[in-house]
Ligand binder design. Structure first.
Ligand code: HEC
Ligand code: HEC
Length: 220
C-alpha cells in the first residue's frame, strides 16, 4: 500500500512540481529520456504503431500516401529535434496538450518506459525529411517574412531550424495547416504546454497576419 502511494506521488505528482513557467519538465522523464542512448532497432518496432497516423516515412499524411488524407491533420515528425519529440510526447501523455486521437498510444502499455521513448524518438530522428510539405496560398509572403523576422526567428531560427537545447520546434517543412492550427491554439491558450513568451509575442496578431507568417514559415 505505502509503496503504491509513494510510487503514485513520485510518478504522478512530482513531474508536475518540476514544471516551470516554460512548461519544461525539468528533472523529469523528458530530461531522463534525453540522456539515454537510443536503441534504433527497438525504436523502429515501436514506430510501427505511430506509422498508422504519421506514416511509415514520418511525413504526416501528404497526397499519395495515407488512406485518410486530410491536409495537416497529422504533423510531419521526420526532421524534428529529438528533444522536441520527447517533450511533446510526454506533454500529450500528461494531458498538457490535448490530443485525444493519439493519447492512448502514448501510454506505457503501447510505448513502454523511458528507454522506449528514447528509442522511438531516436528512430524518428533518423528519418529523412519530406520537403514537399503543404504550404498556404502564397498570397503575401513579403508580409509573412517581415513578421517572421521580427517575431519568430529569435526562437525558431532564421531558417525555421528551431533550437534543440531550448525545445524550440523546427518549423521548416512542417505542414501549413498543422502549424496554423497549433498557432491559433497556442494564442488562445488551448495548447497549455506553450511557452509564455511566445504567447505574449503573438497576442496582437490578426488572422490575416497569422496566415501570412505561417505560410512563410512552411516554406523555409
Ligand atoms: C491515431 C493516430 C496517431 C497515432 C497512432 C500517433 N499519433 Fe502522434 N499525433 C497524432 C495527431 C493527430 C497529432 C497532432 C495533434 C494536434 O493537432 O495537436 C500528433 C502529434 C504528435 C507529436 C507532436 C508533433 C509536434 O510537432 O509537436 C509527436 C511528437 C507525435 N505525435 C509522436 C507520435 C509517436 C512517437 C507515436 C507512436 C508511439 C504517435 N505519435 C502515434 C496522431 C497520432
Ligand atoms: C520566446 C520564444 C518563441 C517565440 C518568439 C515564438 N515561438 Fe513558436 N514556439 C516556441 C516554443 C517553446 C514552442 C513549443 C511549445 C511547446 O512545447 O508546446 C513553439 C511552438 C510553435 C509552433 C508549434 C510547432 C509544432 O511542431 O507543434 C508553431 C507553429 C510556432 N511556434 C510558430 C511561431 C511563429 C510563427 C512565431 C512568430 C510569430 C513564434 N512561434 C514565436 C517558442 C517561441
Amino acid at each position: 500500500m505505502y509503496i503504491k502511494l509513494i510510487a503514485f506521488i513520485f510518478i504522478v505528482i512530482s513531474p508536475s512540481l518540476y514544471c516551470g513557467w516554460d512548461g519544461l519538465d525539468r528533472g523529469g522523464k523528458s530530461e531522463e529520456a534525453m540522456k539515454l542512448v537510443p536503441n534504433i532497432e527497438n525504436g523502429k518496432n515501436i514506430y510501427e504503431t505511430c506509422a498508422l497516423c504519421h506514416t511509415e516515412q514520418g511525413w504526416g499524411m501528404t497526397p499519395g500516401i495515407g488512406r485518410y488524407y486530410v491536409p495537416g491533420a497529422y504533423p510531419q515528425l521526420a526532421g524534428q529535434h529529438q528533444s522536441v519529440l520527447i517533450k511533446q510526447l510526454y506533454d500529450i501523455r500528461d494531458l498538457n496538450r490535448d490530443n485525444p486521437v493519439m493519447y492512448p498510444f502514448t501510454l506505457d502499455k503501447y510505448i513502454g518506459g523511458v528507454q522506449d521513448v528514447a528509442d522511438v524518438t531516436g528512430y524518428i530522428a533518423t528519418l529523412p525529411v519530406n520537403q514537399q510539405n503543404h504550404h498556404g496560398k502564397g498570397d503575401n509572403l513579403k508580409n509573412g517574412k517581415k513578421l517572421y523576422e521580427k517575431n519568430c526567428s529569435r526562437c525558431h531560427g532564421d531558417n525555421g531550424e528551431g533550437d534543440k537545447d531550448n525545445f524550440y520546434p523546427k518549423l521548416s517543412n512542417q505542414h501549413y495547416q498543422y502549424m496554423l492550427r497549433q498557432f491559433l491554439w497556442i494564442k488562445e491558450g488551448k495548447r497549455r504546454n506553450a511557452n509564455i513568451k511566445m504567447i505574449k509575442q503573438i497576442q496582437n496578431f490578426k488572422y490575416k497576419d497569422i496566415v501570412d507568417v505561417i505560410d512563410y514559415a512552411s516554406r523555409l
